[in-house]
Design a protein around this ligand. Structure first.
Ligand SMILES: Nc1ncnc2c1ncn2[C@@H]1O[C@H](COP(=O)(O)OP(=O)(O)OP(=O)(O)O)[C@@H](O)[C@H]1O
Length: 752
């Protein structure tokens, strides 16, 4: 390591977000290219950098620094350059020259300590002197703050965010409570803050530490899908993390409840703890559901039974009594649920319901949680369906720096009926937004398969609503797609009931191919994708075949499979541009998936000059172009929307030749292939296998160990999620019923 001191003469590149900077620096005796992280990079700044020289294959020798400290220039020329650079407001090059001519090497001390003397310079009045002094003080403050946080591994952009929020107090506030870093900075975790706190000498039993530990413990349950945690479980876990006693944690928990950070409650006679926002969401969802269930409904103008008959005549399909009853309940209830496995007639019922309502001139909206599910229901029902986000008119609010919905309690949706398909994917927070935007009087119809994996986000919304017994629910169990038509459907139901599937029959669409080692599984999957299935069924290897895996890790996890399948389906070629990112490569032609919601990302449909914002978790597309010169990569989604990613955004993309079963929820594919090997028990579950199998429409191929597949079917331990919606809804509905004297709402399926 060596130290270099000099002035930045040219900023070649500066990334505001992570601070990455390339600049030219002039020292007393040389001109260097310096590379490293700076909170802000301005021409004219004088810096002391610590680092080493490295040889870049294209750009030659560079000084790569790991520490940077701003020093004020001391020579007349240095001071004049610094003032003229634009860093200090109110000074251009002429004024800089005039000030230095007047005060010489004393200039900066004068600005700092006796700014009123600046008025001695011709052309500077007291107002301008104040601006200069304030700007210089701010610059110095920021330099001090940056230096302080650099020592604790806080990035340049994070420092800037802290400074914008707290100003010069950033250092003292963080010194007082380093755990503020977790609350203020996205991506700064508890463990890192705890490390910073230890280095700053914060006591291990400090209330700040315990409170932050409690929030961290609660959040880890929320990210696993729970909306609350039993008090005992939480105190035990947090005490372990903090190496303190349960009593110490409990005392602080009570203090937090007083300040409203967390909410203490009782669910099924057990004391529990909520993060306040999730408590509020559960309360609101319950209140909204009760209100929607009791809304005054506009009666359809047609006789419902006649309307169903007309639809039957038109489609030549006679609905079963249970299906008719599901239609009837949906039409006559404020809220209803229709649940059932594949081929039980959910789509048929949706279509009938739409017909009944449209004959009465009702305004019907159809939506689904993902773009793919919305597209599918549009195709099968012939009615346009959007995503729930689009239905609620999401937008990105610059001011609040977060996504907001245009449709909400103040400006609710103007529909008579809202039908939501794939409702098992809705999490608690989305349900809150959806139900806020539905006014009583609008019918809400939730359609889904409650045996699928639960939503990725926290909550057990659909299952809780059904199990509360308080909402009109139609459970469809009969399969109408015939066995000769689809063994996928038959086997999916067998798996769901805990029975083993029928394998490899004649003319089947459901195959099991036994392989004992994961290496062999990998080889066979590649062969099936690239040669065997396309040759036999004429399917497109990349567009129509989807490999799924329960996990990311291991030889048959998605990461490894993606690398093998990329090599087989889209190998390196002189014509295909590439960009190395992390430990993998993106290549023109690759199939990729967006892995988080980005509400600001722009898309364009060039042919029709249409554009908009928003690319969502689970969207799959193909890389059209990679521009290494401008650092951008273009992806085409749904054969129409072009989205340009800056290289700094590539962490939002993953290769998608193979995706996890969780990410495939709500999507269907002509062909699904899945390895079945040893997977951790919490992944190797019946409803994961069921979800994977029900993704396939034409062909499902399982590759691996039949014993392991049977073990998955035997493992019906649905991952434990704590959720209070069922209990709360039950209590609230019962209260409403007795309160209003209305009749009991439960409609027993056995009646039908
Ligand atoms: N009452 C019925 N009589 C005869 N056939 C029916 C009946 N109900 C549905 N079907 C047929 O069964 C098949 C499956 O129905 P549908 O697509 O509505 O089910 P689904 O639950 O939406 O299934 P998936 O979730 O797999 O799409 C369709 O071909 C449909 O025409």
């Amino acid at each position: 390591m060596e130290t270099k001191k000099g002035v930045l003469t040219e900023i070649i590149f500066h990334n505001d977000e992570n601070g990455y900077t390339i600049a030219d620096m002039e020292t007393d005796d040389e001109l260097l290219t310096v590379v490293g992280n700076l909170s802000s990079a301005a021409k004219g700044t004088c810096l002391e950098l610590t680092g080493t020289f490295k040889n870049h294959p294209r750009y030659g020798e560079q000084f790569v620094f790991t520490e940077a400290r701003e020093v004020l220039p001391t020579t007349r020329a240095g001071i004049e350059g610094f003032l003229a650079s634009g860093i200090i407001k109110g000074i251009g090059s002429k004024t800089a020259g005039a000030i230095v001519a007047k005060f010489g090497e004393e200039t900066l001390q004068i600005i700092e300590k006796q700014p009123e003397r600046l008025c001695e310079v011709p052309g500077i009045g007291s107002k301008k002197a104040d601006v200069i002094a304030a700007s210089f003080a701010e610059h110095r403050e920021f330099a001090d703050v940056s230096l302080f946080f650099q020592g604790y591994g806080v990035s340049a952009a994070q420092t800037l965010r802290l400074y914008k929020g707290y100003g010069k107090d950033a250092v003292s506030l963080i010194q007082e409570n380093p755990y503020r870093l977790v609350d203020e900075l996205y991506g700064f975790g508890f463990r890192r803050a705890d490390d910073v706190a230890a280095r700053m000498g914060v006591a291990s039993d400090s209330p700040f530490r315990i409170q932050s530990g409690i929030r961290y413990g609660l959040m880890s349950y929320v990210s696993d899908g729970s909306t609350f945690v039993p008090q005992e479980v939480l105190c035990e876990k947090v005490a372990q993390i903090l190496e303190l006693t349960r009593e110490q944690v409990k005392d602080e928990l009570v203090n937090m409840a007083f300040t409203g950070d967390v909410q203490l409650d009782t669910i099924r006679d057990e004391p529990v703890v909520y993060l306040y926002s999730y408590y509020l969401a559960e309360q609101k969802v319950c209140r909204n559901l009760v209100a929607i269930a009791h809304g005054d409904l506009k009666a359809p103008a047609v006789d419902i039974k006649k309307s169903i008959e007309m639809t039957e005549t038109a489609t030549g399909l006679r609905l079963s009594e249970k299906q008719k009853s599901a239609v009837l309940r949906a039409v006559t209830s404020g809220i209803s649920v229709i649940t059932g496995g594949p081929g039980t007639g959910k789509t048929t019922i949706i279509n009938t319901i739409i017909n009944v309502f449209e004959e009465s001139g009702f305004n019907v909206a159809i939506a689904a949680p993902t773009g793919r599910a919305a597209k599918r229901i549009t195709e099968t029902s012939g009615h346009y369906a959007s995503t729930i986000h689009r239905l609620l008119e999401y937008y990105y609010s610059e001011g609040m720096d977060e996504m907001q919905f245009g449709k909400n309690a103040e400006d609710p949706l103007d529909y008579d009926v809202v039908i939501i398909d794939e409702a098992s994917m809705i999490d608690l927070l989305l349900m809150q937004s959806l139900t806020e935007a539905i006014r009583p009087g609008t019918r809400l119809i939730l359609v889904g398969d409650s045996d699928q994996l639960p939503s990725v986000g926290a909550g057990n919304v659909l299952t809780d609503i059904i199990e509360s017994g308080m909402i009109q629910t139609s459970r469809l169990t009969e399969i109408y797609r015939q066995a000769e038509e689809s063994m996928i459907v038959v086997n999916a139901h067998r798996i769901n009931h805990g029975e083993y599937p029928t394998l490899n029959g004649k003319d089947t669409d459901f195959f099991f191919m036994e392989r004992s080692s994961e290496k062999e599984m990998q080889r066979l999957i590649t062969e099936l994708v690239t040669r065997r299935l396309p040759a036999y069924y004429g399917v497109d290897p990349v567009g129509e075949i989807q490999v799924l895996s329960p996990t990311k890790k291991g030889l048959v996890g998605t990461v490894e499979l993606n690398s093998v399948l990329q090599e087989a389906c889209n190998p390196a070629s002189p014509d295909a541009a590439e960009k190395k990112f992390g430990d993998h490569v993106f290549r023109a032609g690759d199939k990729v998936m967006q892995i988080r919601n980005n509400y600001q990302m722009e898309w364009k449909i060039p042919g029709v000059a249409q554009s908009g914002q928003g690319v969502f978790n689970g969207d799959v597309g193909f890389i059209q172009a990679i521009d290494n010169e401008y650092g951008s990569l273009t992806v085409l989604y749904d054969d129409e929307r072009f989205v340009q990613y800056d290289f700094s955004q590539l962490d939002e993309l993953e290769l998608a030749y193979a995706v996890t079963v969780h990410k495939s929820q709500g999507s269907e594919f002509p062909v699904v292939i899945m390895p079945v090997s040893w997977f951790p028990p919490m992944l190797a579950t019946r409803n994961l296998l069921y979800t994977a199998v029900t993704r396939g429409k034409r062909i499902v191929v399982l590759v691996g160990s039949e014993n392991r597949m049977c073990a998955m079917i035997d493992n019906d331990r649905i991952r434990l999620r704590y959720s209070g919606l069922q209990d709360r809804l039950g209590r609230m509905m019962e209260f409403e019923e007795t309160d209003t004297g209305k009749e009991e709402l439960v409609w027993d399926d056995r009646d039908v």
